[in-house]
Design a protein. Structure first.
Length: 164
């Protein structure tokens, strides 16, 4: 049985190997750590399956890893699931479900993603929802990255200029 410190060390080593151009070996290390329940590795394996690095692309396997990670209550894998359903699988209902879960679990960027989801659905009919989610994202601004905050502000400005 590996300690948390040992798993973290293996995780960081695998990420370093990816940056050095490795694919298969670091994927196997991360998959082993994910199977042991190491949360960062579960999220990383989901991403690798989603984009097909070190393994064939498989969106549904990516989602299954993120679901396992989401059971810990961490909002990041919930956000990943929501954006995967929205951007790649075209499932509005599942995207909304997971993005709301991520927002409720404390991920402010999920509000920005919910605004994008509703804007893409029907920008005129759901304008009030889009604005509401943007306002929530910006109200949690200290949690957003600088890029996300700028994105949300620009999005809100575009809505204002469009008269919606």
């Amino acid at each position: 049985m590996l300690s948390d410190a040992e798993m973290e060390k293996l995780y960081v080593t695998a990420l370093d190997q990816y940056e050095g151009g490795g694919k298969t070996r670091p994927f196997r290390t991360l998959l082993d750590l994910a199977k042991r329940g190491y949360l960062p590795a579960m999220c990383a394996v989901g991403i690798l399956y989603s984009v097909g690095i070190g393994t064939p692309e498989n969106k549904m396997i990516a989602i299954s890893w993120w679901r396992k990670a989401a059971r810990t209550g961490d909002p990041v894998p919930m956000l990943n699931i929501g954006t995967e359903y929205r951007d790649h699988l075209g499932n509005f209902r599942q995207a909304r479900h997971w993005l709301v879960k991520a927002a409720t679990a404390g991920d402010a960027s999920a509000y920005l993603e919910l605004a994008r989801l509703w804007y893409g659905r029907d920008r005129t009919r759901h304008c009030a929802k889009v604005k509401c989610y943007l306002d929530k994202a910006l109200a949690e601004g200290s949690i957003l990255s600088e890029a996300e905050r700028e994105d949300a502000e620009a999005f809100r400005e575009r809505l204002k200029n469009a008269g919606t």
